[in-house]
Ligand binder design. Sequence first.
Ligand code: MF3
Ligand code: CO
Ligand code: CO
Length: 255
Amino acid sequence: MNDEIKESFEKTKIAGSIAAGALDEVSKIIKPGISTNKIDKICYEFINDNQAYSAPLFYRGFPKSCCTSTNHIVCHGIPSEKKILRDGDIVNVDVTAVKDGWHGDTSRTFKVGEVSIRAQKLVDTTYEAMMKAIKIVKDGVHLGDIGNVIQNHVEAQGFSVVQDFCGHGIGQAFHKEPNVLHYGEKGTGEKIKTGMIFTIEPMINAGNYETRVLNDGWTAVTKDKNLSAQFEHTIGVTKDGYEIFTKSKNIEKIL
Ligand code: MF3
Ligand code: CO
Ligand code: CO
């Protein structure tokens, strides 16, 4: 690995650890009765306390420091004082920290109190799909191979892969090439190379894959109002594998 790649990996890991740290803080306060704005506050403060800033805040007019996507919200839910979490909800919290110009982007879906068996299965399947895809990453793998692993795992459980949003290259820019689709055919698409940094962030629906965006211009929901879950890591490609830059420091098992 050349020095330029080493530096980009080191810097992304620092930003990624801050984003993951924010989610670790959020995990401690998730419970019925809190507002999604409280989650936003925790993220804002943790990121600022670590001398970093939040990439979503004011990104294309987005008003908050993280996305909070409950139940049938697929992604880009806007934190609000009015949105109170209830027992049985699931909520994805998506955080992107910028440190020294480099981005780290990660999300987890949290369970609020006791959730249904179906919600639990959706969350588990989504996490497994992301991890299965990460584990095949190495120099020379096709992007289509990554999508294929996710799609196969998810569809075997009777769930569907969202097609309207995808993973993305990341670095000194929040979103850059390539697009990392969470479905696809083996052996198709660009070959990934040592030094590339991108996210894998499957959004998985309990029902149909279709989504629509609400009038606020951000909130994406499932058309059929069924549940949706998501996990996201920022990773780097190496000759023989991968490095995850957004690992949780103190939570071994995040499900
Ligand atoms: N963090 C999201 C992603 O994974 C993007 C959020 S953009 C925002 O790419 F403006 F909605 F915050
Ligand atoms: Co992302
Ligand atoms: Co994200």
